[in-house]
Design a protein around this ligand. Structure first.
Ligand code: IPE
Ligand code: IPE
Ligand code: MG
Length: 254
């Protein structure tokens, strides 16, 4: 009965979920934050204006995720393919972590958020790494929402790195191929201590993964919206969670 009620509620009050116990809140939500450039273009502004505006959305989503009882929020901030963009845009994108954390870190600490990073540390500028590492360090004892930034992240790169590490261990006689299982393989990925995402959100109307968490999203629920990332807000996030609550996950069963 309770379940039925909360399903009904989710249906009709998508902007105002009120419960986190009796309903099925996704524990791990991953977001492909897309559409900054198009947002700026629509307004006749340079692309970087879209990135600056998009940065402001993160705080709203973190607050709402925390409030709803989401445990992990993974945000795709920069992909291994985004290096193909013009140098000035890449430089701006890689300045954003510093800028964002400069303003938001005290608020994240106040909210008990634990910052985490996944991606290749190679090629990232010193100032970007320093800002993120400081945030990781200063929030290391926090016990609330895990805010996992995917920065210079690519899923194929991640999988290949895992394979190389396993190959080396086999060569060194530290393990054999029989030790490779889904569980043990997962431990070599950049998400080792995180559960797989329950819900994936992508903004801006693109219906693709763009090399994001290919292994981890095997059984996740997907929610796509045409809303461009700078226009995304806590109500859209709640709507996505409400839709998720009504999905039936079967994992191949019946
Ligand atoms: C998302 O917005 C931000 C990053 C990929 C870093 P885009 O910059 O991809 O914006 P569009 O897709 O060109 O509109
Ligand atoms: C995915 O968006 C990467 C991030 C959001 C960081 P892109 O804009 O780079 O993806 P494509 O190029 O449209 O597939
Ligand atoms: Mg894009």
């Amino acid at each position: 009965m309770l379940e039925k009620f909360s399903k009904w509620k989710a249906n009709f009050t998508t902007n105002d979920l009120t419960t986190s116990e009796e309903s099925n809140i996704p524990k791990h939500v991953a977001i492909i934050m897309d559409g900054n450039g198009r947002w700026a273009k629509k307004k006749g502004l340079p692309r970087i204006a879209g990135h600056r505006e998009g940065m402001k959305v993160i705080n709203k989503v973190v607050r709402k995720a925390n409030e709803l009882g989401v445990e992990i929020l993974t945000l795709y901030a920069f992909s291994t393919e985004n290096w193909k963009r013009p140098k000035t845009e890449v430089e701006y994108l890689l300045k954003l972590p510093e800028r964002f954390l400069g303003i938001e870190l005290p608020k994240l600490i106040e909210q008990n958020v634990k910052v985490r990073l996944m991606g290749s540390l190679e090629n990232l500028p010193e100032h970007t790494l320093r800002a993120v590492e400081k945030a990781v360090y200063e929030t290391r004892n926090n016990t609330g929402l895990v805010l996992n930034f995917a920065l210079n992240y690519g899923s194929r790169y991640e999988i290949l790195e895992a394979m190389k590490a396993i190959g080396k261990q086999i060569q060194a006689g530290e393990m054999t191929e029989d030790d490779i299982s889904e569980e043990s393989f997962s431990q070599y990925l950049m998400t080792a201590e995180l559960r797989d995402p329950d819900l994936l959100i992508r903004t801006s109307g693109e219906i693709r993964l763009s090399n994001f968490m290919l292994w981890q999203l095997a059984y996740s629920e997907f929610w796509f919206t045409d809303v461009l990332w700078p226009d995304f807000n806590e109500h859209h996030f709640t709507e996505a969670v409400a839709v998720y609550q009504k999905r039936a996950r079967r994992y191949g069963g019946i």
